[in-house]
Write a protein that binds this ligand. Structure first.
Ligand code: SF4
Length: 338
């Protein structure tokens, strides 16, 4: 596949290109890549060299994304590319996000080919995941458009660090997103991810208010970095005020990796404490992840407290949601269940 001309860029000073896909707004010189590596200036034009270049495919349980209220118990065709527009010191996927295409022996697969693969495996959805799919937005649009025509849903697993105009294009055919809310202070965001909290919050408000995309949130709790009760309360208060009480929130366990190997793995108690804080403040669907904790992985009816979906790790053990409603009291459960 020839390299594909990128969207979302224009000329800027000193014969450079300004990429306007994400709030990093890289100014890219001739022959150079942007921060994310897979957007490159060749002869004064910006190319998406990650287009059509997955690093490989996996069939994952959708609970691994994590999404607990979107087609629970189904598998999802999952892939990413090389590169990333964030610089998380704690990246749990850094062998991909920090790689160059050649390092990864990337495949060459057309958008039609990705959708055909989903059909051949019988997965009802496709996830753009592992690295941040924002950076291969052109490929996301082309795949998700074809997928929708074929009745297959599309999912972004993302940090939500995307420009206000570009996101309208990238999310046009997207059905669900798990957005990382990586912490709740600007200090944490800048020091540990080289991105800005407010841009992510802006994306979340936009997704909630101006799209039909089903959203869930994930916060990877890192010991002594973003796991204080005060920070978790601030985050939950913001969610309640801006997104409401029905957006599922996942607190997941960190393991030492990449440039953050001096921290311990997150204790399970930290996750269960965070979940209790969220529930006490009024968040209706809160989960813990990367641990075996059945209580913290169960979906409860917010009305009658019936245990609706029992899970263990990424497996659904039982599901009592019928036609999107609680089997016991009939209350509508927020999400996409069929
Ligand atoms: S998408 Fe990549 S090249 Fe464009 S601004 Fe963001 S990091 Fe820079």
């Amino acid at each position: 596949m020839d390299k594909v001309l990128a969207k979302w860029w224009g000329p800027t000073e000193n014969d450079k290109i300004l990429c306007t896909l994400c709030p990093r707004y890289c100014k890219i010189g001739e022959g150079q890549p942007g921060f994310c590596y897979i957007r490159q200036n060749h002869n004064g034009k910006l190319y998406s060299i990650g287009y059509g270049k997955p690093t490989g495919f996996a069939i994952d349980p959708i609970e691994k994304k994590p999404l607990n209220h979107f087609l629970p118990g189904t598998n999802i065709l999952s892939f990413g590319t090389a590169g990333c527009n964030l610089g998380c010191k704690f990246c749990q996927n850094w062998s991909m996000s920090k790689a160059k295409l050649d390092d990864m022996n990337s495949l060459t697969v057309s958008p039609e080919g990705v959708v055909e693969l989903a059909k051949s495996y019988g997965t009802p959805s496709i996830a753009f995941t592992y690295n941040d799919p924002t950076i291969f937005g052109e490929y996301v649009i082309d795949i998700s458009k074809i997928a929708r025509e074929d009745g297959i849903k599309s999912v972004m697993v993302t940090a939500g660090y995307i420009d206000k105009e570009a996101r309208k294009d990238v999310y046009r055919f997207i059905d669900a997103a798990n957005v990382d809310l990586k912490g709740f202070t600007e200090r944490f965001y800048w020091r540990n991810t080289y991105s800005h909290l407010n841009d992510v919050l802006d994306t979340l408000i936009w997704l909630k208010n101006e799209t039909d995309v089903w959203i869930e949130l994930t916060t990877l709790l890192i010991p002594d970095e973003n796991d204080s009760s005060d920070e978790i309360k601030l985050e939950c208060d913001w969610i309640l005020k801006n997104l409401g009480d029905r957006v599922p929130l996942h607190f997941t366990a960190f393991h030492p990796d990449f440039k953050m190997r001096d921290k311990e793995r997150t204790p399970e108690d930290t996750l269960t404490t965070a979940r209790k804080i969220a529930i006490d403040l009024g968040i209706k669907y809160c989960y813990v992840g990367n641990v075996h904790n059945r209580e913290g992985q169960t979906t409860y009816c917010p009305n009658c407290k019936e245990k609706l979906i029992k899970r263990d790790w990424h497996s659904v053990i039982s599901n009592k949601i019928i036609n999107g409603c609680c089997k016991a009291c009939g209350k509508l459960i927020e999400g996409v269940f069929q």
